[in-house]
Design a protein around this ligand. Structure first.
Ligand SMILES: NC(=O)c1ccc[n+]([C@@H]2O[C@H](COP(=O)([O-])OP(=O)(O)OC[C@H]3O[C@@H](n4cnc5c(N)ncnc54)[C@H](OP(=O)(O)O)[C@@H]3O)[C@@H](O)[C@H]2O)c1
Length: 436
């Protein structure tokens, strides 16, 4: 084989980056892959739109079948996003004998249990490095670099938009809504930001990482997902005063009793490395029984960082084809017949310390009422903070608990909400002191 003939589906942010990289980095890629990586055709919804690239002989078409079903294409890169028509296009491309590379986290997290075995059954590669943490090659790390380890913990900052918003809120002392508006204006956040700020995007990535790390199929539906909409500037300020940062973390843990999968705002010590990951950056921490904890840091999104990961997958395919060794690594690393089905734990049983925020009337007896509720649930308090102000209707009452269960905390907060002096729905954030 002299060349790998490539067809692209989708010519948006990532598609443009991949095309640019293939067209400008050809010599270097050939020297590394051993064969030419030739971009033959791009199919996209609006083929006539100028993307500011000199495409030379590359054909641009509106007909997706000219990529998926064409005889002159060896690899299809799916960069359309979403499930429909992405899923049917990927299945069709595999059925037509193409290898497939995708950056589509939603697709792999929710449909990977069907797509990955299907690709194996037809003897084709389905690679998705760019689906998790953009430029950070963390899938390769889990599948290959750390393959000798039993992994018991994967956690990290998996969504740059949320991390940017939380960083700006702290540095500039502004509200969630203000930063979100600014991020949308600068193009860091989508017009509909819900996938990012509600934690869904991070959950897609966590599902993929946990599947590879723990040797199971992705279990996106079983992840406990909370976003950052309820994180207020009061939380950010108090967290800082108490020596914490608030980060939206994806957390996957595994022990003999089962698996924990959650995406949540989390209080982490300001001295931890995860706390120091700021702005749009991502970081993934993986703990293996031999390697210990390793950390991977970089840009989790953007045209070139994501294209870097897509093209790395292409080079993998080219190298494998060159020496005739396809299917070298199983999609979720562990061979399908050994994939685990260990149960995912319910959050009710989670144990740890909690940060609690109430808005209460500033009058005598309120603290006693609130602490009585905690006492009834046998929750003991580590710290209480309140700055009294008689000129406002409600003041923040901040409490930090000792280790307790989520069930106890939820019951206590529901009871507190019924108290006359409590003016808003009480909120909590879990504290994770043990992260590096
Ligand atoms: N952006 C990032 O930083 C990033 C990072 C990691 C992973 N990803 C993933 O990469 C994928 C692509 O993301 P993106 O940011 O490049 O998206 P994007 O900028 O919205 O681009 C999507 C492209 O797909 C084309 N398209 C959409 N629906 C189509 C349809 N029905 N038929 C034909 N073409 C269609 C669009 O067409 P036209 O432009 O022709 O109208 C556009 O070129 C997604 O799965 C995303 O989750 C993105």
């Amino acid at each position: 084989m002299k060349e790998l003939r490539i067809g692209l589906l989708g010519f948006g942010v990532v598609g443009r980056g991949v095309a640019d990289l293939l067209l400008t980095q050809g010599l270097l890629l050939r020297q590394r892959a051993g064969i030419d990586l030739r971009l033959v055709r791009i199919a996209t919804r609006t083929p006539g739109r100028d993307r500011g690239l000199d495409l030379g002989e590359v054909e641009v078409t509106g007909d997706l079948q000219r990529v998926v079903a064409a005889d002159d294409i060896d690899v299809v890169i799916e960069l359309i996003g979403g499930l429909d028509p992405a899923k049917s296009l990927v299945l069709e491309a595999l059925r037509q004998g193409k290898h497939v590379v995708t950056a589509n986290k939603a697709l792999i997290a929710t449909q990977g249990a069907e797509l990955v075995p299907y690709a194996a059954s037809v003897g084709r590669e389905l690679l998705f490095e760019a689906a998790v943490a953009g430029a950070i090659p963390v899938i390769k790390v889990l599948r290959e670099g750390l393959v000798a380890n039993r992994i018991d913990q994967i956690y990290g900052i998996l969504n740059g938009t949320c991390n940017y918003i939380l960083t700006e809120m702290r540095e500039k002392g502004v509200s969630f809504a203000e930063v979100l508006r600014d991020a949308q204006a600068k193009g860091f956040a989508e017009a509909d930001p819900s996938f990012d700020v509600d934690g869904i995007d991070a959950a897609h990535k966590l599902a993929i990482l946990a599947a590879i790390g723990f040797g199971s199929l992705p279990r996106f539906e079983q992840i406990h997902v909370e976003g950052i909409r309820h994180v207020s500037d009061v939380d950010i300020t108090w967290a800082s005063e108490m020596g914490y940062r608030i980060k939206l973390l994806g957390i996957a843990k595994q022990d003999a009793g089962g698996v924990e999968l959650r995406v949540q705002p989390t209080l982490v010590p300001v001295t931890s490395m995860v706390a120091s990951v700021e702005g749009v950056f991502n970081a993934v921490f993986i703990r293996g029984d031999s390697a210990g904890t390793t950390m991977y840091y970089g840009r989790g999104a953007g045209e070139r960082p994501t294209a870097s990961a897509v093209v790395a997958d292409l080079v993998d395919i080219a190298r494998n084809l060159r020496v005739g060794s396809g299917q070298r690594v199983s999609g979720f690393s562990t061979l399908p017949e050994y994939l685990s089905t260990s149960p995912v734990r319910q959050m009710d049983a989670w144990q740890g310390a909690y940060y609690l925020r109430l808005a209460v009337a500033d009058r005598p007896g309120v603290l006693a009422d609130v602490t009585a509720v905690l006492a009834r649930q046998q929750i003991s308090i580590d710290a209480i903070h309140q700055k009294g102000r008689s000129d406002v209707a409600a003041v923040p009452l901040i409490m930090v608990t000792h280790a307790t269960t989520e069930r106890q905390v939820r019951v206590a907060l529901a009871q507190m909400e019924t108290l006359d002096a409590v003016r808003e729905t009480p909120r909590f954030i879990r504290i994770e002191p043990g992260f590096v």
